[in-house]
Design a protein around this ligand. Structure first.
Ligand SMILES: [Zn+2]
Ligand SMILES: [Zn+2]
Length: 379
């Protein structure tokens, strides 16, 4: 049924007026509170949140504030709900929406973008030029849930239809939350040109994005795919996700030499840098071949010194990526739907939404080798 303001709801999914929501107060202080359930506008749907994965960026936001930007400033004490890797069930349709139906399972990407700036028009909505301009009289329509607008550590969220990805019936809620992570890895490979079939790819750092970068590179036909890191348990998961070789950098005197022993003296065609340290960036420059491409998918906290002369002399390209642009989540879901890799290998723990502080502690301290920790509003 459509209400007078054009919003479609269904008796099958009754919507309460208020919902549980975690709210960020001072740094590191989250309180389980209540908020009104938001209502979708034009080109938006209301999603009943079923599961949310915790991302390292959530931990950053809750502690440091950045990169979240609420009303043009830090997100503290602004009734802000973090969380951005969520999936759920469509509970209401905004005016004019007929692309989805109530009851459909969807997973979401973070950025809707303003849709009107130069970068949005190029599909680079994660680098929207109107980023964070979504309040008061500067509202450009930009939305990045869990960054510039309310996120998913609650029971309902409004999402632009451009951010939705359909979830197949046989995929678990937990796996569906991982599409943003896989989409970020896919976006990195897209920005490198995407033509990686038969090319050598080195992934440095077996965090969630690194592990799924291995999976996506392999699914795109890359070979050999080499994963480097310091933790054997994670390198083992990398093997299951398709790494042809794994290198524990602690047991090698020189990581670059170890890579070149596998792929030859000339070096790798592509490096996806997911470690985010000064050493890792410079090693990437040493292990790449002439004309090769490096994707920087992790961000160091502080400025780093980079071997620029080596880069310039060898015609090395470096790409920064931000998030999951150019609809990469849809391509990642394409692989996940076809079971080309099992993203759920990186999901390690599930907690109830009410236990969010415990879940965050597991993710932060990597308790019991936690990789991706998920909270579920619907258990
Ligand atoms: Zn994330
Ligand atoms: Zn834009």
């Amino acid at each position: 049924m459509r209400s007078a303001d054009g919003i479609e709801t269904s008796d099958e999914m009754p919507i309460p007026e208020r919902m549980k929501a975690w709210v960020l107060g001072d740094p590191d202080v989250l309180t389980l509170s209540e908020k009104p359930v938001p209502m979708p506008g034009r080109a938006e749907v209301l999603v009943r949140i079923d599961a949310v994965a915790i991302c390292a960026t959530d931990l950053e936001i809750i502690h440091y504030g950045s990169p979240a930007l609420i009303q043009g400033g830090p997100p503290f004490n602004k009734d802000f709900t973090p969380g951005h890797e969520y999936m759920g069930t469509i509970a209401a349709l905004g005016p004019g929406v007929d692309e989805y139906r109530i009851g459909e399972r969807v997973t979401v990407e973070i950025h809707a973008g303003c849709g009107q700036c130069k970068r949005c028009r190029q599909g680079m909505y994660t680098a929207c030029l109107n980023y964070g301009l979504n309040y008061g009289n500067v509202d450009k329509g930009h939305r990045a849930n869990g960054f510039t607008t309310d996120g998913g550590f609650c029971e309902y969220a409004v999402n632009n239809i451009n951010t939705l990805v359909s979830v197949p019936d046989d995929m678990s809620d937990e796996e569906a939350t991982l599409v943003v992570t896989a989409g970020t890895s896919m976006y990195g490979l897209t920005e490198l040109g995407g033509l990686v079939a038969g090319e050598s790819v080195v992934v440095t750092g077996p965090g969630p994005i690194g592990l799924l970068a291995v999976a996506v590179a392999k699914a795109l036909g890359a070979g050999p795919v080499i994963l480097t890191g310091t933790r054997d348990a994670r390198l083992e998961i990398g093997k299951k996700l398709g790494a042809d070789y794994v290198i524990n950098v602690r047991s090698e005197a020189n990581t670059v030499d170890a890579i070149k022993r596998i792929i030859g003296e000339k070096g790798a065609d592509y490096v996806i840098e997911c470690a985010g340290t000064e050493d890792a960036v410079n090693e990437a420059i040493q292990m790449i071949n002439r004309g090769g491409k490096i994707c920087l998918a992790a961000f160091p906290h502080d400025p780093v010194t980079v071997d620029l002369p080596n880069m310039v002399r060898n015609n090395v390209y470096i790409y920064g990526i931000r998030g999951e642009g150019k609809s990469a989540t849809h391509r990642a879901m394409g692989f996940m739907r076809e079971k080309r890799f099992d993203a759920s290998l990186i999901h390690t723990h599930t907690f109830a939404l009410d236990d969010l502080p415990t879940a965050l502690r597991y993710a932060r301290e990597r308790i019991e080798d936690a990789i991706k920790v998920v909270v579920k509003a619907q258990m």
